[in-house]
Ligand binder design. Structure first.
Ligand code: AMP
Length: 283
């Protein structure tokens, strides 16, 4: 496995692979890797000739300076894991390498990026598009792998890829969970043992809402999830929205779409740590 930190080195590797007609898979990450990331890498290794994993904590997608400062960084362990998974190259640049000058590009794909995370984290998706577009242009992957945990991110990246006519196929991958049901996240390492006990209630409640939804309206189901979770000491729902899985716009009835997903953000504990998750009601 080759570890590179500069664009020049990355270019060389990509040129060499391309000249041999190799199919390139890309897995963009911010490091602090866990089994969720590993599932994306494993799939890319299986489906492509050459897998590049980027490890870069992208400052432009953080709307909260403390979140950026506290974001876990475990580069050596990340490399050990990636090596064991058969990744071919790791691109781990410095902030200066990626942004030698401020990126002034503005990306906007309403209404997909104006709801939920887009509304609660101003500038977040603009930053995601800045880094993902740079990675796509530098790595020139045939396929790129993204986790469904960040459900809205996949829709935004798809919209960007289509708008810029970038020749890359976006492959979504299912959410990997702890045995407790908690969706794996790099931020879980910031949870205290007590918080780790209560956080699984998020997915437990989402699962219960699948049953509840069979005899209740969309509005009642939203209210069920929010009320159940807010009643648990240490959890506070920021939003719960039940949306069309393609447009990300709220549905008002279960008959509105064939593809319906519930997307949640919950603050957990005293720090607090912001956790996201989602569940599919209809597909
Ligand atoms: P991050 O390092 O948080 O930017 O995540 C990098 C990629 O891994 C994104 O496409 C995430 O959606 C994906 N990912 C993160 N957690 C999980 C998980 N629990 N299951 C599947 N994919 C995940």
């Amino acid at each position: 496995m080759i570890v590179v930190t500069t664009n020049a080195e990355l270019n060389k590797i990509v040129d060499s692979q391309r000249s041999q007609n190799k199919i390139i898979g890309l897995v963009p990450t911010m490091g602090a890797l866990h089994a969720g990331h590993a599932s994306l890498v494993e799939r890319s290794v299986r489906e492509n000739d050459f897998t590049v994993v980027s490890v870069f904590v992208n400052p432009t997608q953080f709307n909260d300076k403390n979140d950026l400062k506290n974001y876990p960084r475990t580069f050596d362990a990340d490399c050990d894991l990636l090596r064991s998974l058969g990744a071919d190259a790791v691109y781990a640049p410095s902030v200066e390498e990626v942004y030698p000058e401020p990126d002034t590009r503005q990306f906007s794909y309403p209404p997909i990026d104006t709801v939920m995370e887009g509304a609660k984290r101003p500038g977040h998706f603009n930053g995601v598009c800045q880094i993902v577009s740079k990675l796509f242009m530098m790595v020139r992957p045939d396929r790129a792998y993204f986790g469904e945990k960040d459900f809205q991110q996949i829709a935004v990246v798809r919209a960007m890829t289509e708008a810029l006519k970038l020749p890359v196929e976006i492959r979504p991958c299912p959410i990997v969970r702890e045995d407790s049901g908690l969706a794996l996240s790099s931020r879980n390492t910031l949870l205290t043992p007590d918080e780790l006990q209560i956080a699984p209630n998020i997915y437990k409640t989402l699962r219960e809402s699948l049953v509840y939804a069979q005899n209740n309206t969309v509005a009642e189901t939203i209210s069920f999830v929010i009320t159940t979770l807010n009643a648990i000491d240490g959890l506070e729902v920021e939003y719960y929205e039940i949306v069309d899985g393609r447009t990300l716009q709220p549905v008002s009835s279960w008959e509105d779409s064939n593809d319906i997903v519930g997307c949640i953000t919950v603050y957990c504990g005293h720090t607090p740590i912001r956790l996201i998750d989602n569940i599919r009601y209809k597909e």
